[in-house]
Write a protein that binds this ligand. Structure first.
Ligand code: GDD
Length: 420
């Protein structure tokens, strides 16, 4: 029997994803028509013997109740949300809920960061884990990045023959290796005594310390720095190298990028989720929710996801974008490299456009960049255009490289601006 744990963070995380997370927790943001972590759940649900998925985070349980209920109905797996009383770090929650994870004595469990996107080759990861001759405590899914980009990830040096991780540094300040941690792991249950040791050391430090404020930090444990770094070179940690698409979900731009790739995966795995018709004109890949009303004279695609109850008027053109539930795009408007928030309205003959910042195709292994919002001169970096929920864009205006916070009624064209 196998289990999976998905780390979904909490309300204090996902700040670079604002304003999109102001009305929905980031793990539930729809990519290619499904909440981000539903892609994780789908990958888990097809693993033979996987019986339970535990979502661990510090969001109020009420925010995940409906989602968990829907997932339980849809997939033949037990799914539970376990709420941390405070953010416990990437290993603190594992330790806090160790009895739940160990219950039923699974052979192993997967750990998945909720903000990564991939086709999640979990079967292969488990097989690889099982095949290590002297037994593995952890197997990390690893990918290649460029030298420069590797500094933003956990970096590993591995033995070419055994695949053992001999050195691990989390977000190093100088170059270590281009092999990066993808935030997807298989763990053996024997990991718990290792995390327990860190927990007890931490507790002792707190008892010794005079400052009572430290007490709230007791259960906070960072997997990468406190567990993976010391495990490197002990013969217990391995890396399985993948070459398929993998990316993080940190910014609006990375959502557009992930949307494109999940739509592409649908071609082979779920062709029924892709729209194909002559009227409206569809340029693949496109996902349109069945409840959306799309005028037959509009042209949609490539790489577009249209949410539930969206209304798209005559002559509208949309490409490389996500249009969220309940949005209305009026006639002859153009939407490109943008995210249109829930229940927003784009008036007639308007143009909403952003700048893509995709990985450089000429650089082997380049990953999606997540540049800061502002450059060193305090100017907004060119990026996709994002409308928060319930934003109204008047007719005949242009919005370029801009971010609009929820509930705004714009009255003019804007370029490279954040409208608070
Ligand atoms: N439950 C819970 N509690 N989840 C958390 C917490 C916490 O306190 N802190 C972070 N997470 C979740 C986040 O929501 C995210 O899904 C995941 O754990 C990773 O957390 P980050 O802190 O955002 O780390 P990162 O994305 O910068 O780096 C991690 O992922 C990279 C791959 O995407 C590291 O594991 C890197 O080594 C790795 O390369």
């Amino acid at each position: 029997m196998l289990k999976a744990v998905i780390l979904i963070g909490g309300p204090q995380k996902g700040t670079r994803f604002r304003p999109l997370t102001l009305d929905i927790p980031k793990p539930l943001f729809p990519i290619a028509g499904l909440p981000v972590i539903q892609h994780h759940i789908e990958a888990c649900a097809i693993v033979e013997g996987l019986k339970e998925i535990l979502l661990i985070g510090s969001y109020p349980a009420s925010q995940f109740q409906q989602f968990v209920y829907n997932m339980q109905l849809r997939y033949n797996v037990t799914i539970k949300y376990l709420q941390e009383f405070t953010a416990l770090g990437t290993a603190g929650g594992l330790f806090h809920f160790r009895d739940q994870i160990r219950y039923g004595t699974p052979d192993a469990f997967f750990l998945m960061n909720g903000d990564v996107c991939s086709d999640f080759p979990l079967k292969e990861l488990y097989q690889f884990h099982k095949e290590r001759p002297n037994g593995a405590l952890v197997t990390i899914m690893a990918a290649e990045a460029t030298k420069q980009q590797s500094l933003n990830f956990g970096c590993m040096v591995t033995d070419n023959d055994t695949h053992e991780v001999t050195h691990y540094v989390e977000k190093p300040s100088s170059y270590i290796s281009t092999l990066i941690n993808c935030g997807v792991y298989t763990f053996s249950l024997d990991i718990f005594p290792v995390i327990g040791e860190i927990f007890h050391l931490r507790q002792q430090d707190i008892y010794k310390s005079e400052n009572g404020n430290d007490v709230k930090e007791a259960g906070f444990i960072q997997l990468e720095q406190e567990i993976l770094t010391p495990l490197a070179g002990t013969g217990k940690m391995f890396a399985m190298h993948i070459t398929n698409w993998w990316s993080q979900l940190k910014t609006g731009s990375s959502a557009i990028y992930a949307n494109r790739h999940y739509l592409e995966l649908y071609q082979t795995k779920h062709p029924e989720r892709l729209s194909s018709c002559k009227e409206p004109t569809i340029i693949p890949d496109v996902h349109i929710d069945p409840t959306a009303v799309v005028d037959s004279t509009s042209v949609i695609g490539p790489n577009v996801s249209i949410g539930a109850s969206v209304v798209i008027g005559p002559g509208v053109r949309i490409k490389e974008s996500i249009v969220l539930d309940g949005a209305v795009i009026e006639e002859r408007s153009l939407i490109m490299h943008s995210i249109i928030g829930r229940n927003s309205r784009v008036g007639k003959w308007a143009r909403v456009e952003g700048t893509p910042c995709d990985p450089d195709p000429n650089k082997a292994f380049a990953k999606m960049e997540n540049p800061p919002l502002f450059n060193n001169d305090g100017k907004l970096n060119p990026s996709i255009t994002i409308l928060g929920c319930s934003v109204s864009v008047p007719s005949e205006t242009i919005l370029l490289n801009s971010i609009v916070l929820p509930n705004k009624e714009l009255s003019r064209s804007i370029k490279n601006e954040i409208i608070l």
